[in-house]
Design a binder for this molecule. Structure first.
Ligand code: NAD
Ligand code: IPM
Ligand code: MN
Length: 370
């Protein structure tokens, strides 16, 4: 069995708390000989800034490049609100995505049956929900130039962000979405704002042409991004795969998280080009949530999004779909027993701490691999 290099970046706020639970599980898998991980740890975000004066050091960038998979928990927090824009914690995460060319961000939103009542929507709307948001991750307004604030000299300033997409960027993310749909319920909903944005006009045109040319067997529909936001909370089970740009994908995935009960439930995989020899993609796995400054240090963060992100790593980087299924089923089993962290407790009298939740999932996993 090969040894895989896992590069672990706990980051800030609740990051280290939820990452500790994943490290327990990774260590267990290695001890049991189910997969061999060699774990290295690095710094990203505010914790890197405090030590190195930048949001990620060159040495840690090199480790990320050399890893078989990067696991990142969360960056950011009020402590670094006054740091220069270029050095802010989020810049470390954005640099990782850009330099590793992780253009495809897969954000599945699954509502575990036991959690249907924890959602802010009615049970019947979310029970059985299983959708996948495919977010473009290395382009659009996040990275477009110019990106400036200029002093106009008359007491006014002008801020510019640039939304820019080339054909190839839309085509490659579209391809990921159509291929995923073929393995699921065979439907893609593409989303843009072509009624006001040129990038939306091109997005619509490129996705439609790709569909005709390579994926005519997959059902394709288009929804304007504002309408899609509305449909996500109106009738979310109409969706299978949603493909959209970097900014709309960011917003829509936070919306989708509440369908599942909590932002603490949503994992993600950020994937790049496949290695020509091994077939494994460049990859970073991270929960959709942030550093949750409001609950950091209290030991009550939900580690499930982070643990499901490890499951995604097993599936997409190490070709261990079986083991990923076992881990997902362990999470489900724990929820079925009524065990909850506060964010998904829905008023339940007793709740688990972050580490108790991690232990409970590990215990289920232990039973399932015996
Ligand atoms: P957030 O996701 O950190 O928190 C939003 C709300 O969800 C908070 O009430 C928080 O307590 C709750 N929450 C989030 N994760 C949770 C979990 N695992 N368990 C229980 N509750 C959870 O978003 P925010 O407060 O807008 O941002 C805080 C900081 O995180 C900002 O600096 C932001 O830039 C950063 N951020 C980082 C990432 C990332 O590293 N991938 C993602 C989003 C936001
Ligand atoms: C996310 C986060 C990031 C984003 C921030 C922290 C840069 O919100 O991963 O969803 O906007 O992409
Ligand atoms: Mn976000």
């Amino acid at each position: 069995m090969p040894t895989y290099k896992l590069f672990v970046l706990p980051g800030d706020g609740i990051g280290p708390e939820v990452m500790a639970e994943v490290e327990k599980i990774a260590a267990f898998l290695t001890r049991e000989g189910l997969v061999k991980f060699e774990v290295e740890r690095g710094l990203v975000g505010g914790s890197a800034y405090d030590v190195h004066g930048v949001a990620i050091s060159e040495a840690d960038m090199a480790r990320a490049q050399a890893a078989d998979a990067v696991l990142l928990a969360a960056v950011g927090g009020p402590k670094w609100d006054h740091v220069d824009y270029e050095l802010r914690p989020e810049a470390g995460l954005l640099r990782l995505r850009k330099d590793l060319q992780l253009y495809a961000n897969l954000r599945p939103a699954i509502c575990y049956p036991a959690l249907a009542d924890a959602s802010s929507l009615k049970r019947e709307l979310v029970d059985g929900l299983d959708l996948m948001i495919v977010r473009e991750l290395t382009g659009g307004v996040y990275f477009g130039e110019p990106k400036t604030i200029t002093d106009l000299g008359n007491g006014q300033k002008r801020a510019i962000d640039t939304q820019v997409y080339d054909t190839y960027e839309i085509e490659r993310i579209g391809r990921i979405a159509f291929e995923l749909a073929r393995k699921r319920r065979n439907k893609v909903t593409s989303s843009d704002k072509r009624n006001v944005m040129k990038s939306g006009v091109l997005w619509h045109e490129v996705i439609s042409a790709l569909h005709l040319r390579e994926f005519p067997d997959v059902e394709l529909e288009h929804q304007l991004a504002d309408a899609l936001g509305m449909q996500l909370v109106r009738r979310p089970k109409q969706f299978d795969v949603i493909v959209t740009d970097n900014l709309f994908g960011d917003m829509l995935s936070d919306v989708a998280s509440m369908l599942t009960g909590s932002l603490g439930m949503l994992p993600s995989a950020s994937l790049g080009e496949k290695n020509a020899v091994t077939g494994a993609p460049k990859a970073l796995y991270e929960p959709v949530h942030g550093s949750a400054p409001d609950i950091a240090g209290k030991g009550i963060a939900n580690p499930i999004a982070m643990i499901s992100s490890l499951a995604m790593a097993l599936r997409y980087s190490f070709n261990l779909g079986d083991l990923a299924d076992r881990l997902d089923r362990s999470i489900s089993a724990v929820l079925d027993k009524g065990l909850r962290t506060p964010d998904i407790a829905g008023g339940a009298a007793t709740t688990l701490s972050t580490s108790e939740m991690g232990d409970a999932i590990l215990e289920e996993l232990r039973i399932s691999v015996r």
